[in-house]
Design a binder for this molecule. Structure first.
Ligand SMILES: Nc1nc2c(ncn2[C@@H]2O[C@H](COP(=O)(O)OP(=O)(O)OP(=O)(O)O)[C@@H](O)[C@H]2O)c(=O)[nH]1
Length: 697
């Protein structure tokens, strides 16, 4: 007998909290958990006592490394919350969470407004069509300015940000908020942990401001909502319900972003923002249908909608290794239900799996549940072959849900175990850690035996090494961080690859003609079989593709992977007796080598988007530093005596930049960087790189 779901679908919200680093995501989430009754004591992230940041490294560094999914209840609704990391090294982690969420809370620091990483997460939310509300946090902080912060959303994000509140006071006088829909003021009681507030009339000195703000809010809604516009034009009364319904429709359509004010740290305004989640963010029934391909029906595209009755379909979006229970696979259920102990299909890998136990997470504590329903986020224990991005479905109804893409790593270091005994342990550890984090790769060079780990940034790799030591007991020494270069062809070329061996008995014969065309950045490898008349027999064609893929791994110039290439196999020949899969594989790699000689191959380097904030007087020096690092200044903005410099700089030139920036600005400059794109390195540098890797330039 099936269990009954605890919350109807329309009373479910799956939301993510996103922000620039230090804007207060974790503090906000903590408050939400406290007010929704799941934790009984407020822990501060800077004391290392937060409930959400539970990994040891997170406690020590006071930052959020891995998103934790947690479940809360608010006013009869189930709210599943994902706390996402703000540091740019973990951008892919944020993206992976956005994939499975229906709505977002964008937390901003009320003194800083929109920051570089706010722009990144905002763009990611837009890419995934995630409706969002904005929480302008830190209203108690010196320099906090609500109106200015809202303006930065309009100016920098070009988004229709519409305040639905007016804060009462700011900085140390921040007392509460005025709700522009109900025109009530909520004033907090200082002594309590924000659990009590008084609902009062709007203070006299705020009457005018609130009235004006309410009118702008209604106009903004009318601008994008026909119902409210109709009433507005007819001169009909616009009720609270009309306004709320209008804001809801516009928010779900990504045409409007309601803005709230508060201070998570001072326990003010969090409850009203939670009401906003219920009022304005979508239930799983209101999001655009999820697209999937049906492998049993010629890969037909189908829409998957939230419904408990359909066959089970879920996406595995995160793997975590837990010291007590082992491997936890986090899933978002799109359709159907799943009982613990049942068999499911990993449709991506075409393997059956048993979902032994089902758990709902609250920070690092878990509650066993007998069944999960459509729209839920939960974790399963016992899946063996599932990795991030895999589709899990009903055994008889395979479906491949739209998966996620992960960026190529930009930075790498060599690591060496301290002792021989550590070698095996290290391999296991690296394998587990790369299962958890798809942007982290570990490879051992078959020739030198050297192990290289690669990822999105130094912080990410340092954390991996710390975790290896702490969780797996492996001590390793590491080399200096290096750029993860890539290689690419510069122009279209064709080449023959012929492999013939005659040695006594059965010989080897493979012969292929391939046309290579550089692909656009990020398009990856594509293979086209254009053979006519069976000049290369069917059975050898997969070997040609495989041979190319393997050869591309090792590059053609300096041993870095060759990427973004189209290969068209258009001619060839075979031998009745001597041809084999192995021979065609080698022939393909010979064709690639031959083509490389004429293809004007290039070494590509990662270019980082660097945002620097410095006091005005240091601007000249700092810009000089950027230019000396082969950087391009893309723009500048002055703000409160400080200057924001936006630049594109090769990662290779950014090592040690922290120290240089500090000494040039007496410790007052700060910067953030994130990967932007790959581009060809200048010729002279390309020659150096090739020489360093033992090649001939
Ligand atoms: N004044 C003030 N400080 C706050 C507020 N909210 C958070 N902080 C402080 O800001 C710092 C960062 O807060 P976190 O909640 O850890 O920020 P985060 O966005 O989760 O940071 P990461 O997880 O590292 O990305 C901490 O020292 C908090 O105590 C607030 O409302 N007012």
């Amino acid at each position: 007998m099936a269990n009954k779901r605890a919350f109807p679908l329309d009373k479910t919200r799956n939301i993510g909290i996103v922000a620039h680093i230090d804007a207060g995501k974790t503090t906000t989430t903590e408050r939400v958990l406290y007010y929704t009754g799941r934790i009984h004591k407020i822990g501060e992230t800077h004391d290392g006592a937060s409930q959400m940041d539970f990994m040891e490294e997170e406690k020590e560094r006071g930052i959020t490394i891995q998103s934790a999914a947690t479940t809360a209840e608010w006013k009869g609704y189930r709210v599943n919350i994902i706390d996402t990391p703000g540091h740019v090294d973990f951008t892919a982690e944020v993206e992976r969470s956005l994939r499975v969420l229906d709505g977002g809370i964008v937390v901003m620091d009320g003194e800083a407004g929109v920051e570089p990483q706010t722009e990144t997460v905002w763009r990611q939310c837009s890419d995934f069509s995630v409706p969002r509300i904005v929480f302008i946090n830190k209203m108690d902080k010196m320099g906090a300015d609500f109106d200015w912060s809202v303006q930065t959303i309009k100016d920098r994000l070009h988004a229709n940000a519409v305040p639905v509140q007016v804060p009462i006071g700011a900085e140390s006088d921040f007392e509460g908020v005025i709700d522009l829909v109900t025109m009530k003021a909520y004033v907090y009681d200082e002594d309590k942990e924000g659990e009590n507030w008084d609902t009062v009339e709007i203070p006299a000195d705020y009457q005018e401001k609130a009235q004006a703000a309410r009118e702008s809010m209604i106009e903004a809604v009318a601008d994008v909502d026909d119902d409210v516009m109709g009433k507005f034009l007819e001169g009909e009364e616009i009720t609270e319900e009309d306004i709320k319904a209008g804001i809801r429709r516009a928010t779900l359509n990504l045409e409007l972003y309601p803005v709230y004010a508060g201070s998570a740290y001072k326990n003010k305004g969090v409850q009203m923002m939670m009401d906003g989640v219920i009022d304005y963010l979508p239930s799983p029934l209101e999001v655009r249908p999820y697209m999937a391909t049906d492998p049993e029906n010629g890969d037909e595209q189908v829409e998957v909608r939230a419904d408990d009755k359909g066959p089970f379909a879920a996406l595995a979006f995160k793997i975590m290794t837990d010291p007590y229970v082992g491997r936890l696979t986090f899933i978002r259920v799109y359709r159907g239900t799943l009982e613990s102990g049942s068999y499911i299909l990993n449709a991506t890998k075409d393997k059956r799996e048993r979902a032994g136990r089902l758990v709902q997470m609250h920070s690092d504590q878990r509650q066993e549940i007998p069944e999960v329903f459509s729209g839920d986020i939960a974790a399963t224990i016992g899946l063996k072959n599932t990795t991030t991005g895999d589709s899990l479905t009903d055994v008889d109804h395979p479906l491949i849900l739209e998966s996620m893409e992960f960026p190529e790593p930009v930075i790498q270091v060599s690591i060496e175990p301290k002792t021989k005994a550590d070698q095996n342990k290290m391999n296991t550890a690296l394998q587990k850690l790369s299962e958890e984090d798809p942007t982290f790769q570990a490879n051992t060079d078959p020739e030198t035996g050297q192990t290289i780990i690669a990822g999105m940034g130094e912080l990410q790799l340092n954390i991996i090494i710390e975790r290896m030591r702490r969780e797996f007991g492996v001590d390793a020494s590491i080399g200096a961080p290096q750029v993860a270069y890539r290689e690419a062809f510069g122009k279209q070329v064709s080449a023959e690859g012929k492999f013939v061996r005659q040695s006594g008995g059965k010989g080897q014969y493979g012969d292929v003609y391939i046309e290579f065309t550089p692909n656009a950045e990020g398009e990856g490898f594509e293979f086209e079989d254009a053979i006519v008349g069976g000049v290369v027999p069917r059975e050898y064609i997969p070997s040609v593709e495989q041979g190319l893929k393997e050869a591309m791994e090792n590059g053609v110039l300096a041993g870095y992977p060759l990427i973004d290439l189209k290969a068209k196999l258009y001619d060839g020949s075979y031998h009745d007796v001597d041809s084999s899969e192995a021979a065609f594989k080698i022939a393909a790699s010979l064709a690639l080598r031959e083509a490389a000689k004429k293809a004007d191959p290039k070494i590509l380097e990662p270019i980082m988007k660097v945002d620097i904030r410095v006091p005005e007087e240091y601007m000249g020096d700092v810009m000089g530093q950027v230019t000396a690092r082969r950087g391009n200044i893309e723009g500048m903005e002055a703000r409160d005596g400080a200057e924001d410099i936006h630049a594109m700089v090769p990662l290779a030139e950014m090592f040690g930049y922290v120290t240089d920036l500090r000494s040039a600005t007496q410790g007052r400059g700060t910067f953030t960087m994130s990967f932007d794109h790959y581009t060809a390195v200048p010729k002279n540098i390309q020659e150096d790189i090739i020489k360093q890797n033992g090649g001939e330039a």
